[in-house]
Structure formats: C-alpha cells, structure tokens
Design a protein around this ligand. Structure first.
Ligand code: FES
Length: 53
C-alpha cells in the first residue's frame, strides 16, 4: 500500500510484474508508483504506463 502525493491510499501486490522486485521499495510519483529495480511505472490500478529503455 502507498499514499500518493495528493494523499490517496492505493494498494498493489508487493511484487513487480517484471522481475518480482518488492514494490514496497518503490517511489511515489504523483498518483503512480515506480519500481526502483528497473524503473517500471505503475498506475494505482496496476497498469504499467512507462518502461524505461
Ligand atoms: S523488477 Fe520492477 S522494473 Fe524490473
């Protein structure tokens, strides 16, 4: 679970869809959550909206 910068509470499973890194080590970016392993960016509903190259 994380609280976004605007203050809303969101929840996802604590594993990234890519290599299962813990999203609890991620970083809030507005409403979104970034996995800090390879940088996938998740919407609060779990959709990936950015894959760094
Ligand atoms: S494990 Fe999360 S981006 Fe690769």
């Amino acid at each position: 679970m994380w609280r976004s910068e605007p203050g809303q509470l969101h929840g996802l499973q604590d594993r990234c869809d890519h290599r299962l890194a813990p999203l609890s080590l991620g970083r809030c970016e507005g409403e979104r959550l970034r996995c800090m392993y390879h940088g996938l960016l998740f919407e609060p509903d779990g959709r990936v909206v950015e894959i760094p190259v």
